[in-house]
Write a protein that binds this ligand. Structure first.
Ligand SMILES: [Mn+2]
Length: 350
């Protein structure tokens, strides 16, 4: 209820959340349905399948069951009219156009407006409990990667090694992948978001793994690029440049530091050696959602502060040659940061 109260203090009278992540964050409930926050009460509206779950996860909320005679929108309408509310804030970035129109029709006389991004801003700064989950998720991903290093052999396909990595994370307690694991070998390495394929991993290639575990709904995010046997000087130079940029950005990062500047430090280094080859931003916030605020980017105007959790992930991508990315997830503390990704960063050769 604390977070719901904090949300109320932002001055929004009535709000309807339908995104899983914001519902989870505000109420603790992780099932389907929606969360209606009113001045004096909060309600989870869902169907028979989730009633008990909602009551367990969210004792501070009243649980309303939909049924034959009571659709979700009808229940919202009744609750609003009970407290005489004629303006409702909704997640216009989540609802489909059809859902919005249906809600508008059901709530005749109520004006629908967009919820300002206050929940997303609340989510930026993590509390101890959230940080514990993210740390555990990071630990699991590092342990699974250690196992992968002992398992991977030239001749295996990207799909095979991806399945093994995902499996090891589950064995160590991950609730599921933070996002679809990326495995990019050889020339596929120039695709920042390559999908694991039937391509066979061969000697002399770099292979990039980008993956994360999930604990309590919270994600970790890490990327390592490894060498399969001996690699060319060209690939080695790419690796060294990315590592240099990653370390330089990490050396800068801390509370009070500019997100724009962190990105610029890595970008300037890579731009000099590989113009145009680092096309994405340096990093992003991590929490219940894998990509959230604040981002470390050339567009960012934010400043890092205690409780922020961000990735630091420069990369170089050269079509026809390959690519490399090295990524850690760091938790900003009062006087620096904790890097939850402990896997070494000097080039690992298997
Ligand atoms: Mn990432």
């Amino acid at each position: 209820m604390d977070r719901i109260n904090t949300f109320r203090l932002k001055g929004i009278k009535a709000a309807l959340f339908s995104s899983e992540i914001n519902m989870h964050y505000l109420s603790g409930y992780t099932g389907e349905g929606c969360l209606l926050i009113l001045p004096e009460s909060a309600h989870i509206i869902t169907d028979f399948r989730y009633i008990e779950q909602a009551e367990r996860q969210s004792p501070a909320c009243k649980v309303e069951q939909t049924g034959k005679d009571a659709s979700r929108n009808q229940i919202v309408k009744n609750l609003l009219s009970e407290c005489g509310i004629c303006e409702l804030s909704v997640e216009t970035n989540v609802l489909t156009h059809d859902e919005f129109l249906a809600l508008e029709k059901a709530l005749e006389g109520v004006t629908l407006v967009s919820i300002p991004r206050v929940t997303e801003e609340m989510r930026e700064v993590k509390c101890e409990e959230e940080i514990e989950c993210i740390k555990k998720a990071g630990e699991i991903s590092c342990k699974a990667f250690d196992d992968l290093l002992k398992y991977i052999q030239p001749g295996m396909t990207e799909k095979e090694v991806c399945a093994y990595l995902d499996y090891r994370m589950r064995v160590y307690g991950s609730e599921g992948n933070a996002f679809s694991t990326i495995v990019a070998s050889g020339v596929n390495g120039s695709l920042p978001h390559a999908v694991p394929s039937d391509k066979v991993i061969e000697k002399g290639e770099l292979v990039t793994f980008d993956f994360g575990a999930k604990i309590g709904g919270y994600c970790s995010d890490m990327t390592r690029t490894i060498a399969i046997g001996e690699i060319s000087d060209e690939l080695r130079a790419i690796y060294d440049a990315v590592l240099e940029a990653q370390l330089a950005a990490l050396a800068y990062i801390g509370p009070g530091k500019s997100c724009f500047e962190a990105d610029k430090i890595a970008r300037d280094l890579l731009e000099e050696k590989y113009p145009g080859a680092f096309g994405h931003s340096l990093g992003h916030g991590v929490g219940l959602f894998i990509h959230e605020s604040p981002s470390l980017s050339f567009r960012s105007e934010k400043t890092l502060s205690k409780g922020h959790v961000v990735t630091v992930e420069p990369g170089v991508y050269i079509p026809g040659v390959g690519g490399c990315r090295i990524e850690d997830t760091v938790i900003i503390t009062e006087d620096g940061f904790i890097n939850i990704i402990t896997t070494p960063k000097q080039l690992i050769v298997v």
